[in-house]
Design a binder for this molecule. Sequence first.
Ligand SMILES: Nc1ncnc2c1ncn2[C@@H]1O[C@H](COP(=O)(O)OP(=O)(O)OP(=O)(O)O)[C@@H](O)[C@H]1O
Length: 680
Amino acid sequence: MDVPKQKFPVNAEDYKLYEEVGEGVSASVYRALCVPLNVIVAIKVLDLEKCNNDLDGIRREVQTMSLINHPNLLRSYCSFTTGHNLWVIMPFMAGGSCLHIMKTSYPEGFEEPVIATVLREVLKALVYLHAHGHIHRDVKAGNILVDNNGSIKLADFGVSACMFDTGDRQRSRNTFVGTPCWMAPEVMQQLHGYDFKADIWSFGITALELAHGHAPFSKYPPMKVLLMTLQNAPPGLDYERDKKFSKSFKDLVAACLVKDPKKRPSSDKLLKHPFFKHAKTTDYLQRAILDGLPPLGDRFRVLKAKEAELLQNSELNGNKEHLSQQEYIRGISAWNFNLEDLKNQAALIQDYDESSTAEDLNASSKQQDKLNDVKFSAERSSSEILNDSDDGSHLEDEIDEVPSLEDSFAAFPMKPIQALKGCFDVGQADDEDTVSPTIGDENRSDIEQHGAMTSSLKSEDQVEKNDVRLPEHRKSLPRPTIISPKKYSSGSLLPDKVLSSKKVVGDFERGFRVERSYSGPIQGRQKNNTTNSYPEDASEEAVVQRKGRFKVISADLKVPVVSSTFSGTTSPPASGISASVVSSLQTILYHSTLQKEELHRLIKFVEQISGNSMEYVEAGVNGSTQIPLTSPRERELQSQLIQLQQRNTILAEKLQRQKMMNAQLEMKLSDLMKKENIEE
Ligand SMILES: Nc1ncnc2c1ncn2[C@@H]1O[C@H](COP(=O)(O)OP(=O)(O)OP(=O)(O)O)[C@@H](O)[C@H]1O
């Protein structure tokens, strides 16, 4: 329940922690009492040492949560660090998440009026976010929270992004975030970046999740989900069990789950969809789904015990399918970039194929038929196939040598916690309406700047006044400023014109040049996006530490905007730590180049194989109904084609992994260079 404006203390001693009520990838959530105010709150506790992978995301989440102001969005009262933990104080949503409610009482999903009511509230939140330039990027039942009175709030801004971001922030919009089952195809593809419409896809998947009790493909490991989302026809409400749903509901889902983002409706347009005529008041939700539910803490305990039991059983039985189920139960969000995990996930794909459900397989397109052909005809494991393949195995072997890159990362200085103090301390504004820093002050701190970008996050009324068109603050953004191109070290992320400018010589330049010859999709994306004409993110200059995707911003470091750091004609002075970083950087660049070369070959290989073999398989499948394959030669050929197809699938997955590794690498390089610049 929303608490009227009060100043929440930023001291751990002022809070009394009660039971745990939720758990995510990076955090545990507790019910707690704010002693001085005598108010029950929820506290999200993040161990910063454990989530050094995504501290940047956490910082963004904290900032966004403190600035939003909409009844359907979970805001934070304040946040602060205590020891190596970050505490985010927020309203306690006693009903828990829709996912939890379904797991406890509605495993087959909710009734249609409940779904309409929940979705309408979520959509209102999205209209607000989108109108203010934000993409949520993780819309799913696990992030839809219900209060005692049935009111709904969308939570978890850990991976949200601002459409008006520049620099690294903008780059994050071209990266792979979200939860695979809910992730839009364009986000997975990482080709042209994505926008608000990615949330509309996730919204459609969430609609199916609420209707069935689980998201489509939720039983599969992430790699498989990727392939199915990209290759299959979009899921929908097309099955026997979906007969109970209205035409307008089916239509809404179909409208959201269109692969071409341009053809998806915007959030404000979707809000006018006839389906929402079925929506009721939130009191109705309270009666329909909360009545009789045990307290959140008890439900959470039971679910956690179930999860532990499942995990134990699956470990005992060696049943890998449960691993994915575990993730689902926990409502894991944000793709896990752990390479070992990814390898394991990819290795599971064969196992999952055998247990495909009618739902998942029927939702398939022609391509899925092809996959199935492969799936059911080839009995050998992927490793067997790879071992005796002539043209695929060497590629596999070479790729498997790449993990040395991980070692390269490990060499970087990474001790972020000390530098963190102050970064996350976000108290409650005395007057919320005053949280509107002046845009254009180039020396402001990162937090201030974020405030500027989210200064638009004002009350819902204001959005309505604006008729959900272009947010007012956009109109007031400073005129596009032409600045000299910023010198990234990120190789292929650079637009051509930056790459070609001979600003960096010596080994750096060599690195750049080599990078250039391999124009992966990331480069293409960046090219598109660097054409944006807004000033670069001043905060970039204040990065003092980085680990993974985390940038530590010095709270009081005021560095003027320097748009061209390597503007000289000599290489930057490399002394002490710099020299070692430079040499690490060179090693990484070298590896990156090899990797890209490999990717390039893989892409060609996959294109060739898929182009040719798909045709053949299709011909074989279609033809088989008329001309049975009788001769042993024909059968042998058919089986070879199937094997090729299977290899193709495996290579595509490898390719995807490599892409992700590359993206991470690019970001690390870029950050290291910036750090170098700052040190100079
Ligand atoms: N304010 C709240 N009131 C009640 N329960 C909450 C609240 N915030 C979060 N929870 C519960 O805790 C769970 C985890 O929280 P949250 O999603 O913020 O963590 P996370 O680590 O960001 O999770 P993930 O990234 O996996 O979605 C939620 O799914 C929800 O069930």
